[in-house]
Write a protein of this length. Structure first.
Length: 134
């Protein structure tokens, strides 16, 4: 299984390295030690933790000054649901949950499982950009 170093985990969670270390030191986030004696976090553990953090995040309000989302969302696969033909893949990219539908063959070929690092590339013909009232 994939293991992530503290810096990588912090980047994926959208927090500082020190925050991840504090969470690990207090037992909030489970870590282990790799062959090089470095602290690492199992990908499945990190994926579950990312989901928990996202669930605790305050709801996005309409008080944003200005925003336009990027087309690439780097995150952790948190769930893969397969049937005989299709697969539904959920990625937690910081506070954003991205869901993709693809063929089961594609999901299998990519080795998509909870805890795997992935990038969701989004191409849309209709993207709405809003600037709310102040």
């Amino acid at each position: 299984m994939t293991a992530f170093r503290i810096r990588q985990a912090a980047e994926l969670l959208g927090v500082s390295d020190d925050t991840v270390r504090r969470w690990a030191d207090t037992g909030r986030l489970e870590t282990s030690v790799d062959a090089s004696k470095r602290r690492v976090i199992d990908g499945r553990v990190l994926a579950r933790f990312a989901e928990q953090l996202a669930a605790q995040a305050p709801a996005t309000s309409r008080k944003t000054v200005a925003q336009s989302a990027r087309n690439h969302f780097r995150g952790l696969v948190t769930k893969v649901t397969r049937d005989t033909v299709m697969a539904q893949v959920e990625i937690q990219a910081g506070p954003y949950r991205v869901v993709s539908l693809m063929s089961r063959e594609a999901a299998d070929d990519l080795g998509l499982e909870p805890g795997v690092l992935a990038v969701a590339s989004v191409k849309a013909t209709n993207v709405v950009v809003e600037i709310p009232e102040e």
